[in-house]
Design a protein around this ligand. Sequence first.
Ligand code: ADP
Ligand code: MG
Length: 382
Amino acid sequence: MKEKIQAKFKELYGVEGELFASAGRVNLIGEHTDYNGGFVFPGAIDKGIIAAIKLNGTNKVRAFSLDYNEATEFGLEEADKPAQAWARYIFGVCRETIKRGGKVAGFDTVFAGDVPLGAGLSSSAALESTFAFALNELNGNNIDKFELAKIGQSTEHNYCGVNCGIMDQFASCFGKKGCLIRLNCKTLEYKYFPFDPEAAGYRLVLVDSCVKHELASSAYNKRRASCENAAAAIKKNHPEVDFLSDAKRMWLEEVREEIPEEDFLRAEYVIGEVQRVLDFCDALERNDYETAGELMYQTHFGMSKLYEVSCDELDFLNKLARKMDVTGSRVMGGGFGGCTINLVKKDLYEPFIAAVKKEFPAKYGHDAKIYDVVISDGARKL
Ligand code: ADP
Ligand code: MG
């Protein structure tokens, strides 16, 4: 990919650019915990974006997307927003850098990627983080990494119409080979944990159901409201509770009769999930991937039966994983479609994938896609 990018750069601009990269991400455990002040546990993956970039001495950006085979040019003022959706990610990063007092000089770029788009691996965060990191370096801005992640997040909010949390950009900026990062979404404290399933005889593989059910955004808002309602009820007895992540399981029990059954179940899932992230980390510290995998199944159960954000296709893939003795499997991301993330013993990998390829299309009439992932470095200069 690097060679293709540099070749195109040379063809368009006559010289070579400097190479920067960043990555998509997976989240091993900790789903729907972010807006409840809990933990998430993501890592950057071996699929990302690579960009060749060179300052061009003007106040304009010339950009070429190899994957879309499309060029664009834009200025750096707010009114210069480009028409192409892909270019808005780059423009947004420029604008958000400038808003934070950073300098952004005009530049030329050619870029390409191998994160599947819209599959839940955050190709958009990979794109934002690549440019946030590169522009910081090339302009000598000295913006810290957390702020670079926030530049990506604000780009989604202000230029791409996606009201996302910080996890994706955080993982993409902070990702380290062989490590997952536990992020406390309330305090933004984080800690690296070694995660090397290959060394322990496992592989990490995503199975993409290739479905996206429409309920997602209204259901998301309803889940959030349930969580806030449950947290508010608990707070009456325990004033220190601002988020569900502050609550003990017992404290939820105390308000069982006061809140709708539905809110109770949602909160039960969240409180359990916050604890499961901690238990998952403990298991990793003992190199105990079997316990970690079991926790993934528990998360799937909770997301399916308590939080009710799974769907038939994902439950099917989860059950198939169980049947094939896969160590851990669960729906990854917000739910209602997308991928399951699976921790599989190496010698069970082939039979599991074969079963998916046979049984999923037999039931649903279309293929599931398979993505092998290895936890890798995030934003960096190559
Ligand atoms: P995801 O879940 O993968 O982040 P999004 O819809 O948030 O899905 O982001 C996908 C968008 O990001 C694409 O539509 C495109 O505009 C941009 N993008 C991601 N990867 C690339 C790429 N390799 N080349 C050009 N644009 C890309
Ligand atoms: Mg995205």
